[in-house]
Design a binder for this molecule. Structure first.
Ligand code: IPE
Ligand code: IPE
Ligand code: MG
Length: 267
């Protein structure tokens, strides 16, 4: 497995286009209620938005897209809505896997899948296996995912694997056990729907992500809205703890007084 640079241990490369975009797809319910429709109609529409955004990410050369589909706290919703979401997940996987595969998308699902019904777990396993060799875009769906769950499951697995090192674990010991160890950390985090919070999404992995919040509801998000987020990302100065002056100095060719003065050959 590839080892990715940790933003707290080394300075990752940062380009004009984010390598990894993570999105909290929020606002489906409000989108539907505004139209006097049941909340779940918004979730249905949200799947269409996701299809558009996946295409846009592929076209822009983004390598990793991670979306929050169902949080570990979403079980607190009315049982009808939870079961609608589960069925929607099943039908979306059934409908989309061929298209994802044809477009070179690798599918990953992260989260505690144990409470899901066997039919859904099988579909996830089949979809992941079928697309495992694809490399254009890695699409990660976070389902029954929570940032705290992730850190805890990683700690528990690390303790089991290396009990002798307890008390002396380092970041690089834990990192391989996190649910998204196969991906670099997100560069750009987007949350639609107007709320400005993480809601227990990727707590560890967002350490140095750039945050972009938009009032636009998820069913209204599209390629142009993604471009707006990327344009904002491009404006950011990603310092990773350094000063602005250090970054500028790094960009300019440094001429020191000790350097010989270049001779003009034609003089
Ligand atoms: C996000 O939309 C989708 C899920 C959490 C599954 P919401 O359902 O949270 O929509 P709002 O925030 O109520 O509008
Ligand atoms: C976060 O949205 C989870 C998903 C988008 C799946 P929520 O709508 O559940 O977040 P809160 O409860 O408003 O923080
Ligand atoms: Mg919400």
């Amino acid at each position: 497995m590839a080892i990715f640079t940790s933003s707290t241990q080394a300075i990752p490369e940062s380009g004009d286009v984010p390598q990894h975009v993570a999105i909290i797809m929020d606002g489906n319910g409000r989108w539907a209620r505004k139209r006097f429709m049941p909340r779940v109609a918004g979730h249905k529409r949200g799947v269409e938005t996701l299809r558009t955004v996946i295409k846009a990410c592929v076209a822009r050369g983004i390598r990793y897209l991670t979306v929050f589909a169902f949080s570990s706290e979403n079980w607190r919703r009315p049982p009808e809505e939870v079961s609608f979401l589960m069925n929607l997940f099943v039908s979306a996987l059934n409908d989309e896997i061929d298209r994802l595969h044809a477009n070179g998308v690798r599918l990953k699902v992260v989260g505690d899948l144990s409470p899901f019904e066997p039919r859904l777990r099988t579909l996830i396993a089949e979809g992941e296996a079928r697309t495992a060799e694809n490399s254009r875009l890695t699409l990660t769906i976070a389902a029954n995912y929570g940032g705290r769950w992730d850190i805890l499951q990683a700690v528990n697995r690390l303790v089991q694997a290396r009990p002798e090192k307890a008390g002396d674990y380092r970041e690089e010991d834990l990192a391989p056990y996190l649910a998204m160890a196969y991906a670099p950390e997100p560069d750009l985090f987007i949350r639609t729907g107007g709320e400005q919070r993480i809601s227990n999404f990727l707590l560890w992995q967002l350490a140095y992500a750039e945050f972009f919040f938009t009032d636009r509801l998820w069913p209204e998000f599209d390629a142009a809205a993604l471009d707006e987020a990327i344009a904002s990302f491009r404006q950011r100065e990603r310092r990773f703890g350094r000063t602005s002056e250090q970054l500028t100095a790094g960009r300019e060719p440094r001429v020191s007084l000790a350097d010989p003065v270049p001779q003009d050959q034609n003089a």
